[in-house]
Design a protein around this ligand. Structure first.
Ligand SMILES: Cc1ncc(COP(=O)(O)O)c(C=O)c1O
Length: 628
């Protein structure tokens, strides 16, 4: 989905510039009305006139008004709320009509001005006046002050809405703006897992804490807690699949939990996320002795073919904002095992920001290499491994005004964590028992943990799943650390693996991963080259087309199933991190049995046959007798 001016919401100030026409008044539901129709039309017409004159009250004027969470009174009301339907039950149809006009008008102000306290001026017939007062004991508390204009037989009433509860989410609105409470949503950098007062604005260019440790994006949880879990679930659900900028993106549908303070106009999104949660029915039943609640979260079915899009939209959006603030940033750079550079270059190209990528020569797939090239990145291919590229990019970005885009940068994890929230959402907010994630630099495992944990803390769910990190045996520093009982971590020299994107021996986010696993009763598993290639082929044979990293995760699942750690009916999600098409060469090698020392037991090479009827009949008959 591309950004379209029709769906992109306008900033409030554009509505109130002199001489502009406000948006059309939202359509109201039909309500039977017992007054005669001329009065009815007059009332509605004049109220519309009044709308032209409403006066915004600023956030500044609002300060000090603390708001409790909005609450729908029943399940049906929250369902109605999600559809934007009105659920008021006022005493009489006349009052209802007027009340709806007023609340819709206030709500209209609210959604466009993001304010709880509204001033609305209505011009109306004198008869209407008592009705205005009548509404005051309903959803809002109004204090109308009225001026009478004898010449026109009109009164003008300014309604001060001083309600201590936010405007209802239940009134029809024309856009999808989200209430902003008076305790505003915000986030900042803090040192990862440490209790200090140190913190930095997200608008600072900083990657490490003062002690050289990792940073984490910390949200103001008290602000988010002004709304209960039910509210967040309804809100997130209401945004799925919409074209409204930017909330239709799987990441930006959770904007308040990601980068709450960024202006929608600064966001660079390709409508990432909302990826398929695939019920791996046949794979589970046939390969894992009747496992029937197995799911594969296809994060690789995405704009650039990997989960990296989820984080990159956040990072590049923030860089876009920083550049608009005239921060000295000429471009964005990363070291990559392929997928990060693909995502970075695509999002930078969309934003018109230069991107620079450091790639280890001959260690990434051709498909991954061609992505940054095609997207116009400045590509440096280096005779080293990922760890070597990473070391260099860190040195370079400390000297040049290039923003560092590696997962050392905690912004990306804010986007990646939305995949965890999305899984819960796809299960109708039920928590799976296990989530298995392939790990290399180890940012993603923490991102999943963070997403699940936030959902628990904010009351969307009541527990988090157990996490499993799966590593290639050729690049398994976390596995070794786990096996040693989390004793001192030692980096390893990673050797070649078909799961090339996780060929990392010295992971930047080791502390984050250990924290996530310890706090989720987690497990680490490993997979040899033969195991991961066989597993990938086995999964493909049931209709998937997964990458070797997903093969690693599936091996971990098999091992845990065989040991009885994961039960047959445990609801389990395997995170597929990249699209299989990026790794076609590995699959070609496997199916042509061209991998030295590997049995390739599920190879399915094409049968070469003469283009003759009898020859084709011959091979087909043999094949059919085997499969029938
Ligand atoms: C396809 C794929 N899978 C898994 C990973 C591992 O993610 P992380 O480095 O955050 O552990 C990566 C990261 O490069 C990747 O590209």
């Amino acid at each position: 989905m591309v950004r379209s001016s029709a769906t992109k919401s306008k900033s409030p100030k554009k509505y109130f510039t002199k001489g502009t026409t406000p948006k059309p008044f939202p359509k109201l539901p039909f309500v039977p009305f017992f007054f005669n129709s001329s009065f009815y039309i007059f009332l509605e017409f004049k109220t519309h006139l009044g709308l032209q004159q409403y006066r915004p009250i600023t956030q500044k004027q609002n300060k000090g008004l603390l708001l409790p969470p909005p609450s729908a009174t029943s399940e049906s009301e929250s369902a109605a709320a999600a559809c934007g339907a009105s659920t008021f039950r006022p005493p009489t149809p006349a009052v209802l009509r007027l009340h709806l006009l007023i609340t819709s008008a206030l709500n209209y102000c609210y959604y466009n001005l993001m304010s709880y306290q509204q001033h609305l001026t209505l011009q109306h017939h004198p008869l209407v006046h008592p009705l205005l007062f009548h509404t005051s004991n309903m959803a809002y508390t109004y204090s109308p002050t009225t001026t009478f204009f004898p010449k026109h037989h009109l009164r003008s009433t300014t309604i001060n809405c001083t309600s201590s509860s936010p405007p209802p989410t239940t009134v029809t609105t024309t856009n999808n703006r989200q209430p902003v409470p008076l305790l505003p949503f915000s986030a900042k950098y803090v040192p990862f897992n440490s209790i200090t007062d140190e913190s930095y604005s997200l608008d600072e260019i900083i990657y490490r804490s003062s002690s050289g440790g990792l940073l984490d994006v910390q949200h103001d949880m008290n602000a988010l807690k002004q709304f209960d879990g039910k509210y967040w679930r309804t809100l997130f659900d209401s945004r799925v699949g919409r074209a409204t900028w930017p909330y239709g993106s799987g990441v930006w549908s959770k904007k308040e939990w990601v980068l709450p303070e960024i202006d929608n106009d600064d966001i660079i999104s390709c409508f990432e996320g909302n990826s398929n949660l695939f019920w791996a029915e046949r794979y589970g039943k046939e390969n894992l002795s009747g496992m029937n609640d197995l799911w594969v979260k296809h994060c690789g079915i995405s704009h650039t073919g990997s989960f990296k899009d989820l984080g990159m939209t956040v990072l590049v959006s923030q860089v876009n904002r920083l550049r608009k603030m005239n921060k000295p940033l000429v471009g964005v750079g990363c070291a990559s095992t392929g997928d990060t550079s693909a995502a970075l270059s695509a999002y930078c190209a969309a934003a018109g920001i230069p991107s620079i990528v450091f790639l280890p020569a001959n260690k990434i797939s051709m498909a991954q290499l061609v992505q940054p090239i095609a997207n116009g990145a400045f590509v440096l291919s280096m005779d080293t491994d990922f760890d070597g590229c990473m070391k260099l990019i860190r040195e370079i970005t400390s000297e040049l005004p290039i923003y560092l885009a590696n997962s050392l940068n905690s912004l990306r994890l804010e986007g990646q964590k939305t995949a965890a929230i999305e899984i819960l959402q796809q299960f109708n907010w039920e928590v799976p028992d296990w989530v298995i994630i392939p790990g290399g630099n180890l940012g993603n495992i923490y991102a999943f943990y963070k997403g699940f944990k936030m959902c628990e803390e904010l009351g969307l769910v009541d527990r988090i799943p157990r996490l499993v990190c799966a590593q290639a045996a050729n690049a398994n520093p976390l596995y070794l650390n786990y096996k040693s009982g989390w004793k001192n971590f030692t980096p390893v020299k990673a050797t070649t693996t078909f799961a090339s994107a996780i060929q990392i021996g010295d992971p930047v986010s080791i502390d984050r991963a250990v924290y996530a696993l310890k706090n989720s009763d987690g497990i680490v598993e490993e997979a040899t080259e033969e195991e991961l290639m066989d597993e990938m082929a086995a999964a493909d044979a049931t209709g998937m087309f997964v990458c070797p990293h997903t093969g690693v995760a599936l091996v971990a699942l098999r091992k845990l199933r065989e040991r009885g750690v994961i039960g047959r009916s445990d609801r389990t999600v395997v995170v597929s991190t990249a699209h299989g098409l990026k790794f076609s060469q590995a699959k070609i090698d496997y199916h042509s049995k061209a991998i030295e020392g590997m049995g390739c037991k599920f190879a399915n090479p094409p049968v070469e046959v003469k283009a003759e009827y009898s020859a084709v009949m011959d091979v087909l008959t043999k094949y059919l007798s085997k499969v029938s």
